[in-house]
Design a protein around this ligand. Structure first.
Ligand SMILES: Cc1cc2nc3c(=O)[nH]c(=O)nc-3n(C[C@H](O)[C@H](O)[C@H](O)COP(=O)(O)OP(=O)(O)OC[C@H]3O[C@@H](n4cnc5c(N)ncnc54)[C@H](O)[C@@H]3O)c2cc1C
Length: 529
């Protein structure tokens, strides 16, 4: 059954792909280039009919013609940024009859589509293929000769997947009736006015969806050496001989494992005492364990104090336990946190407040301190995932258009780390449960005891579930193992239902799956000591 608003995250991708297919159907009748105009409606024919009659979208890019300034129409809503929430909200708003402008300064679809989830998961898939090929003999499959990774082909595959999503989204927005697309950097010039390409757009409602970018820590020399971020990593079509990664958290670890599997030597430098410090210690140690076992050099408790170029190499001075050592690599990836894209948004002109790190301050319905202005996605600091940004869209749309008072505080923490095996997380960690002082039950199971994992020859990791002893509701789960990113939804949905764990305990799950052991784990709950 289609959801009431017609869009879900999966739908986002479907729309993107549909948009691309639609684009393929379009014949360009003439392609006379006009400055400031990316696409001319008069040039489009859709299935043999002139497209302008069925499509009200306008596309503006580059400099706006001088004479248009005074005749610039006002809008009812302006969306700044085409991340995960902006485009979906624009669609809901035009469906509700609003006249909408949407502004994108760079790549449609933002981080997730272009430099985050989609490309990294595509690369993770290539790395997994190389890994399995090297392990082929474990499965009785003989591969003659060596396993080589063609990085140009890996990148080309990644680029083609990304292009489907990005181009499909761009096309679908450009053909969205009632929505005008502006290609340029949007910046507030007053409370309800945004400048783009030298023009001023006004609207009573403004939605900020500008995302975040890699933070570059103030390490001496870091601004003097060639450095990579998650964005520039996307242009790499060769194998770095030795990739040094600054940061042992989610982004850094995905790149670490994939590049090691591609064939690079990889060193991870982490300042804290363990990797992915937000997770429980047993999770951190298990992840560090399988990364080291694969051959990745993991250095925790290690502070990069300076970095310099040495010929074609990059040399980092690293302090650990009071001693300084040097790590020399061919390439350096900085994966040391994110910062919001709010520093060049003219927020002060609109009086919009941020916290000390630049995240826009919002309430439980994602309203900023200025009435009629909302902030969604990574830039509000209330989540750093595609699904949290999408959920932000749902919350804003529900409150604004559906008289449904959804709240950020209604959502349950959930995310995944896409190493192999992946980590799926929901709710509280064990450490967080302990901090609450609740009377809790815990159950753990090693993946080597899960038949499906055994059959697949992928037995690394473990699963852990925590339950409130009094009301029997699930407090949290960490599934580090085969399909952990999928299996976690078994418990996540029960948590949303606020149902007791006994519902899962009595459920009949399919054999052989990883999920079939979740009821078994419920049988084995014991007091958290
Ligand atoms: C390497 C990596 C891997 C990731 N993997 C995952 C994952 O597997 N799963 C997951 O859930 N999350 C993942 N994330 C996080 C996820 O990508 C982000 O949380 C998500 O993309 C946030 O989307 P958003 O809606 O906040 O905005 P973004 O996607 O960041 O988009 C913001 C858009 O606004 C535009 N913009 C910015 N400023 C302006 C301006 N002034 N004017 C006009 N346009 C502007 C930008 O160009 C951009 O297109 C990953 C992130 C990284 C870095």
């Amino acid at each position: 059954m289609p959801p009431k608003d017609g869009f879900t995250v999966a739908h986002f991708l479907t729309v993107a792909i549909d948009g691309l297919l639609e684009q393929l159907k379009i014949n360009y009748r003439s392609r006379a280039k006009q400055p400031g105009r990316h696409l001319r409606l008069n040039d489009l024919r859709l299935n043999g009919t002139t497209h302008e009659s069925t499509c009200g979208a306008r596309v503006r890019s580059g400099g706006w013609p001088e004479k248009s300034r005074s005749t610039m129409p006002n809008y009812e809503a302006i969306v700044i940024g085409t991340g995960q929430s902006g485009p979906a909200l624009a669609r809901r708003l035009v469906a509700a009859g609003r006249k909408v402008a949407i502004i994108e300064r760079k790549l449609f679809g933002g981080t997730c589509v272009n430099t985050g989830c989609t490309p990294t998961k595509t690369l993770v898939a290539s790395a997994y293929a190389a890994h399995v090929a090297r392990r082929a003999a474990d499965y009785g499959v003989r591969i003659e000769g060596s396993i080589n990774v063609d990085m140009k082909a890996v990148k080309a595959r990644k680029d083609s997947v990304v292009a489907v999503f990005r181009d499909g989204l761009e096309q679908s927005l450009e053909t969205l009736q009632g929505c005008t697309v502006y290609k340029g950097h949007g910046r507030f010039v007053a409370e309800k006015k945004v400048a783009v390409n030298g023009s001023e757009l006004a609207a009573d409602q403004i939605f900020i969806n500008v995302g975040a970018r890699a933070a570059i820590p103030p390490i001496p020399g870091l601004d003097q050496v060639p450095r990579l971020t998650n964005s520039s990593m996307m242009d790499i079509d060769f194998l770095p001989a030795h990739l040094v990664i600054l940061g042992g958290s989610y982004v850094g670890l995905e790149f670490a494992q994939m590049y090691h599997r591609f064939g690079s030597e990889v060193t991870v430098i982490e300042f804290g005492p363990r990797l992915i410090a937000r997770e429980d210690e047993d999770v951190s140690h298990a992840v560090a364990g399988f990364l080291k076992e694969e051959g990745i050099d993991v250095r925790v408790d290690s502070k990069m104090v300076s970095v310099e170029k040495q010929g074609n190499l990059i040399a980092a001075k690293v302090e650990s336990a009071g001693r300084i050592s040097q790590i020399v690599g061919t390439h350096l990836l900085v994966a040391a946190g994110r910062r919001p894209n709010t520093d060049d948004l003219g927020l002060n002109k609109a009086g919009i407040t941020t916290d000390a790190r630049g995240y826009i301050q919002v309430d439980d319905q994602l309203r900023t301190n200025i009435s009629g202005i909302w902030a969604m996605g990574d830039c509000n600091g209330r989540g750093a995932f595609t699904h949290t940004s999408w959920n932000d869209f749902e919350i804003v749309a529900a409150n604004l258009l559906d008289n449904d008072q959804r709240r950020v505080s209604d959502r349950i923490t959930a995310y995944a780390l896409y190493t192999d095996p992946p980590l799926g997380r929901a709710g509280m960690t064990e450490a967080e449960v302990r901090k609450t002082g609740k009377s809790a039950l815990i159950s753990t199971m090693a993946m080597k005891d899960v038949m499906r994992a055994y059959e697949r020859g992928e037995t690394k990791g473990f699963m852990k579930i925590l339950v409130d002893r009094d009301n029997k509701q699930i407090l949290g789960a960490s599934f580090l193992g085969l399909e952990g990113d999928e299996v976690i939804h078994c418990v996540l949905d029960i948590m949303y239902a606020k149902a007791p764990y006994t519902v899962i305990q009595r459920a009949m799950h399919i054999h052989p799956t990883v999920s079939e052991f979740i009821p078994t784990m419920m049988d084995r709950l014991k007091p958290l000591q």
